[in-house]
Design a protein around this ligand. Structure first.
Ligand SMILES: NC(=O)c1ccc[n+]([C@@H]2O[C@H](COP(=O)([O-])OP(=O)(O)OC[C@H]3O[C@@H](n4cnc5c(N)ncnc54)[C@H](O)[C@@H]3O)[C@@H](O)[C@H]2O)c1
Length: 445
């Protein structure tokens, strides 16, 4: 039985682990396996990423270059663009992107491209695990038939599972090894082998009855977040209308020891997960004649937040007898969340675009992002790239408005409150002490 053969080679750390896609998800995973003594081969389409890894350099904030170097120096880790090496792997984990098309339908092209590479170089005895977030059914409806086309039989020749990734970039407390892993195979043997594999590097593994349940689990988690953030954003708007501090409301509600979980408002949702994943679920639900209204409503509220922030900025400038047009506006933080460099779907991009379309004179400062390009934004206006500005006293003092879009830890907010005439804080980055002694006028979401 290939399950037993695989488990034995995993237990002996003889199994070679292939990871397709060395991004925020794939790189930490392969490094974790190699640090535990497995041989790992990373497969990339990006030659530069493969070269960086082979040179012992990490390009992901949460993965230390020291760890990559340790693994490349001892010969455990290599990265390649040569997919024929897939046949050397006993396990293949797929960690490629799953974006949305402009129509908000799932873009499965990356998973299919990875699947085709596997199909080309597959050999008997391999366990294939999909980790990319996707709609329930991808593993058994899309990948399984591809691998069976070679004449290979599930359980006899290969095993196939889905295991959602829950990595939280920038979170020092929870990393690959201590985030519980859900695993669901398209067969019992697949579940058992995949659960055994992850138990080598992850403290808690939670097997479920099928790959579809594992797919749906990930979408349930992220849809839960999207909907609750939507509610927090709506509460913030209601709070603004009623003159109530919604941050204080959530803080107070969070003292309830049961039945409440704190979610906070913000300028919109960003990253590769929360803005996208619920659409995978609603798309699949639509195929079955079901319209998921919670998801639509949350999307409507969350995607409207950048425009709402622009309205707050315009109103605050108006109070100061200024127009958005020609005002010098400094955006603080453009990454989608604090202390990381990821700008995918960042709401700051939409805010910049909307302000630019109104003729604002825009600058940004983000210690993690040297340049902003607008490939993924709404690209109203001319969409010229912007470069990071040094956070000088002069820049702060000469700005008509400073907008805190991302609350990076290393920014001196005291200096902002001291020097800026007007601050729009979308993240509650200015604590109560700063707010009370600020010389700047402060507007909070
Ligand atoms: N980033 C997160 O926080 C996070 C969290 C949980 C789940 N996910 C999910 O994990 C998946 C991967 O996300 P990510 O953030 O790591 O993406 P990423 O863009 O950081 O990395 C994906 C990598 O795959 C490479 N790639 C693309 N096509 C390829 C191919 N055919 N063969 C080999 N390599 C290929 C890209 O060059 C890139 O380096 C997505 O489905 C995402 O939704 C991401």
């Amino acid at each position: 039985m290939i399950k037993e053969e695989l488990k034995a080679s995993i237990a002996e750390k003889d199994a070679c682990i292939g990871v397709i896609g060395l991004g925020y998800v794939g790189l930490p995973l392969i490094v974790e396996f190699c640090l535990k003594g497995f041989r790992g081969i990373g497969f990339e389409v990006d030659e530069k990423k493969a070269a960086d890894i082979n040179a012992g350099t990490s390009y992901i904030v949460d993965v230390k270059s020291d760890d990559v170097k340790k693994c490349t120096d001892n010969g455990k880790l290599t990265a390649t663009t040569d997919f024929s090496q897939l046949s050397e792997c006993d396990v293949i984990v797929i960690c490629v992107p799953t974006p949305l098309r402009k129509t908000k339908d799932p873009d499965m092209s990356f998973i299919i491209a990875a699947g085709k590479q596997i199909q080309k170089y597959m050999r008997r005895g391999q366990l294939i695990v999909l980790e990319s977030t996707t709609y329930p059914g991808t593993t058994d409806e899309v990948l399984l038939p591809m691998f069976e086309q070679n004449g290979f039989k599930l359980d006899e020749d290969f095993l196939l599972a889905f295991s959602p990734e829950r990595v939280d970039p920038g979170n020092p407390q929870f990393q690959t090894h201590n985030i519980p892993k859900v695993v669901g195979g398209v067969s019992k043997d697949s579940t058992e082998a995949a659960a055994f594999l992850y138990s080598q590097v992850v403290e808690t593994v939670h097997p479920v009855s099928s790959a579809r349940v594992a797919d749906a689990c990930k979408l349930c988690e992220n849809t839960f977040r999207a909907i609750n953030i939507g509610m927090a954003n709506e509460m913030a708007k209601v709070g603004n209308a009623l003159g109530i501090d919604s941050w204080e409301v959530v803080k107070a509600a969070a003292t309830k020891p049961f039945g409440f979980m704190a979610f906070y408002p913000g300028p919109g949702i960003g990253g590769h997960c929360i803005p996208l994943d619920p659409h995978y679920l609603s798309w699949k639900a639509r195929q079955h004649g079901f319209d998921s209204q919670f998801i639509s409503l949350a999307e409507q509220i969350n995607s409207g937040m950048p425009a709402y922030v622009v309205k707050l900025i315009a109103d605050a400038l108006n109070e100061a007898e200024k127009s958005v047009k020609a005002s010098k506006i400094l955006i603080l933080g453009v990454a989608y969340k604090k202390d990381i460099d990821d700008m995918r779907e960042s709401p700051a991009l939409s805010i910049i675009d909307l302000l630019r379309a109104r003729g604002a004179d825009l600058y940004y400062h983000d210690p993690f992002v040297p340049e902003v390009t607008f490939d993924h934004a709404y690209t109203i206006g001319d969409a010229e790239p912007l470069s990071n500005s040094a956070l000088t006293d002069e820049l702060i003092a000469n700005s008509d408005c400073v907008v805190i879009c991302t609350e990076h830890t290393d920014i001196d907010y005291g200096r902002i409150c001291e020097l800026a005439p007007l601050v729009v804080d979308t993240r509650n980055a200015l604590g109560e002490d700063l707010r009370s002694c600020s010389k700047a006028k402060i507007v909070r979401l």
